[in-house]
Ligand binder design. Structure first.
Ligand code: ISE
Length: 335
């Protein structure tokens, strides 16, 4: 059985997903593609022997599309996810579910009203071998309960131009999600601290940003976001547990030590660092569609909670205050 996937958005990540689905994931192919740039859509369609269509709705409605992959710019995700739910098509939606709580809530409400989980969120770090190993170290058999988790997320240059709020809703949202997943916990509050800017930070913006969060069980989580760091793309996560420490530097790279120097090369951006996570996530999604097993990654509920926390973090960035995180009760559909 081959799952025929329709792609909405043929930019960097959409193109990478499409090639993975066509070439490296078992049981899938790309059948229909939409991009606002018609030439780009047509080129990818001809490379993958798919067809390009002039609107995203035509991707969703196509008879030869069994499932939809949303890889458009962030502010289109909610509208397109709602259209997929209305058509009853399973969907892998790139993160975030929406840049704001209200838009994310609308998608959650629509899926709950449908009574069926059709949306999986593209929080691919949940499939990354480094993070999976880190999570495996937690608990009584490993380093105990997580007490403090320290994260850093650095880009060579801001991928979409520097905007401090986008650093939270587009980028730090990965840490918001992965630390919920690592701890199996929700946050009680978030505070965003700004300080001395880097040499490339434009007037009126803040970079780096420091996010401080505490979970309901009391785990302290911090995130250094530095999106104009120049050094390359680097993501790290270090957990201090009750009885030990587990750290993930850039696990996928070989470390060398010579001439009084220890180090490893850095990728330019995330497609290199997380290529296995993206492929494993896609394979997990396709296998779930083929077998009817439960969603193997982040759900619409996760996408909603992450958007709530990001919205509170943006409020903290604006006000300079610590902001409580309050969530509605988890709908039975996700328990
Ligand atoms: C980008 O949108 C991503 O999703 C990457 O994984 C992230 O590391 C990067 O900072 C974001 O801008």
């Amino acid at each position: 059985m081959t799952i025929r996937v329709g792609l909405i958005g043929a930019g960097n990540i959409g193109t990478s997903h499409a090639r993975d689905l066509e070439l490296r994931v078992a049981g899938s192919e790309i059948s229909v593609i939409y991009d606002f740039d018609e030439v780009r859509a047509a080129e990818l369609a001809s490379e993958l022997e798919a067809r390009a269509v002039p609107s995203y709705q035509e991707v969703i409605d196509a008879d030869d599309v069994d499932a939809v992959l949303i890889a458009s710019p962030d502010h289109f995700h909610a509208e397109q996810a709602l259209a997929c739910l209305a058509a009853g098509k399973p969907t892998l939606c790139e993160k975030p579910l929406a840049p704001t709580e209200d838009d994310a809530h609308a998608v959650l409400d629509a899926e709950v009203a449908l009574g069926k989980q059709l949306i999986m969120m593209g929080f691919m770090r949940r499939f990354d071998p480094g993070y999976v190993e880190l999570k495996g170290q937690l608990g009584v058999e490993g380093i105990g309960d997580p007490l403090i988790i320290r994260n850093s997320h650095r880009n060579e240059i801001a991928p979409y131009g520097l905007d401090s709020e986008l650093s939270i809703t587009n980028a730090a949202i990965h840490e918001i999600d992965i630390n919920r997943w690592l701890t199996d916990d929700e946050y009680a509050w978030v505070e965003v601290i700004t300080g001395r800017n880097g040499p490339l930070t434009p007037q009126g913006q803040h970079d780096p940003l420091f996010l401080l969060l505490k979970t309901r069980a009391g785990t302290i989580v911090d995130v250094e976001m530095y999106v104009q760091a120049q050094l390359g793309y680097e993501v790290t996560c270090a957990v201090t547990g009750g009885t030990g420490v587990a750290e993930m530097a850039d696990g996928s790279y070989v470390t060398t030590a010579r001439a009084l120097h220890r180090g490893h090369r850095l990728p330019k951006q995330w497609l290199g660092r997380f290529q296995d996570a993206y492929r494993l996530q896609l394979q997990g999604w396709i296998t779930h569609l083929e077998t009817g097993s439960s969603i193997p990654g982040a759900s619409a509920w996760d996408g909603f909670v992450d958007a709530v926390v990001a919205t509170r973090a943006v409020e903290s960035l604006r006000s300079g205050e610590r902001v409580p995180v309050v969530l509605p009760e988890k709908p039975a559909l996700y328990v």
